[in-house]
Structures are given as structure tokens and as C-alpha cells.
Write a protein that binds this ligand. Sequence first.
Ligand SMILES: [Fe+2]
Ligand SMILES: [Fe+2]
Length: 285
Amino acid sequence: MRQFFPVEDLARDERFVQTNMAERIKDPRVPGGGSAKKKSSRSSTNKLTPDRHDASDRARGLMHGIMVGEIQALEGAGRTAHDFDAGDGSGDTIPFALKLDMARQAWDEARHVEISAKLSTWMGTELGEFQENTVLFEAACSNDPVLRLAGVNRALEGLAIDVFTQMKEFGDLAGDPFLEFCEDWMLADEVTHVKMGSDWLRKVTENDPDRRAKALEFQQVVDKLFSFGGARGDTAESSFQLARRFRELAGFTDDEVETIAGLDQQALVERKAAINAMQAAVADS
Ligand SMILES: [Fe+2]
Ligand SMILES: [Fe+2]
């Protein structure tokens, strides 16, 4: 079986429409996407709540994003279980127990794909109605398995913890027990996946501080890329918040959580500056 599968070769039928991160954040139906001016004129907060005028579209877009993310998480964990030989973790090898954890994760993600697809149908969404951003799988294409753990298990599945916490709360507020309970069950699995990433990253790089530093640096790049221009954070402008307690359970230290909060804030400041510059340029033209 072939190793190191590029993102272009992912198996998708004609229903799927793929996109990149830059295009996706322009989509106003996606939390954190679209023009900040347009949103702030209608609501004092970006948080997804049932009383928003755009609650249905946003919830459906987020759910669709979760579903395609689950597909890619399944593909990524499966690749990591297969792409590297069993060994002591040095070079191109990974411990056999890490392979088993990735196989277990693939099993969980397959279940999440089914759950998310059914929830999407339940919410009135068709597969492919929203675009698929393939950045998660791209983060799972690194030649270094430790970077995959940092980028996928810690950064992106850490983000899944934040998003699932919000969707669970949305299900509760909207009076939708199916959504609430499904998100709660998937959230429990994601905490396990992030913990696997935290534990294995520390274990495999125990005697290799340079490799660990490189992995944590990659994690920060992915964390910032997926902060949706600061949409995740602790302010009223935030679309969703950092699930601090669940991140603690998943092996994040307090300092690491604060670093992510700082990256979110930085991304928000940069996004506002970019919007201001763009509006000034339009006014001058
Ligand atoms: Fe998942
Ligand atoms: Fe996961």
C-alpha cells in the first residue's frame, strides 16, 4: 500500500467542493468568516446562539465543517498508523503503541463521520452544500510524525474541543437534545485524541529538544492559522471560546493555553488592521 498520500489525491466524489483557508474565511456563513463590519451591524457578539438571525446557516456551516474535518481526521490518523515503521521513535519510525493509538483514533473518527453526516442531514444540510477546507489533512502530511501529532492532534483537535463545546451548548440552548448529546460524546473522544498527541509528543521527543521545539513551533503556526482571524477567544467579539478545562484534561499546561489565547488575540488585532487598511483603500479609490 502506498505511503505518504498527498492532499490532491484524497478520494472524494463529485459532491465535495474543496477550498483553502483564505477563501473559507470570506464565507459569511462560517463562524469568523465574512466582513466584520457586516456582522457587527447586526449583533453585539459573534457567538453562535439560537437567537441570531443567521443561526441556522452558521450552525449548518459549522456542522458541515465538522463533518469534513472528521473525514480528514480519519484519513490522517490512518495514514500515520500506516506511513511509519514500528521502532523506537527515532528517524522515520514510531513506537508500535503509537500506531495502535492512531488506529484506535481512526476507529473513533469513522464513528464521528457517521454521527456528523447524520447530524448534518438532521439540520437540513446536503453534503457539499458548504466547501471543504483541506488544511487538516495537509497538517497530517508532514514527513515527521511528531509534527503530525503537534499540528493535527494538538492544534486542530484542540480546536475541535473548543468547537464541540460550543456546539453542545448551542444544542442545549436550541432545545436540540440530538445535537447536544452527539457533540458531548464526540467531545469526550476528542479530549482523548488530544491527550494522545500531548503524551506521545512529549515521550517521542524526550531526548530531542530540537525536534520538540520544531513540533511546538509548527503547532503554533497551525493554531494561529485556525484561529479564524481571532474568532476564537475570550472577548464578546469571539465566535467561540477556548475550552480551558477540557484542554487541561487533554494535557495542555496553563502556559500553553495562555499562548494559544495570545495567538488568538494577535490574529484578531491583525484581522482588524487588515480590514481597516482595506476600507481605507476603498475610501481613497
Ligand atoms: Fe473526531
Ligand atoms: Fe479526533
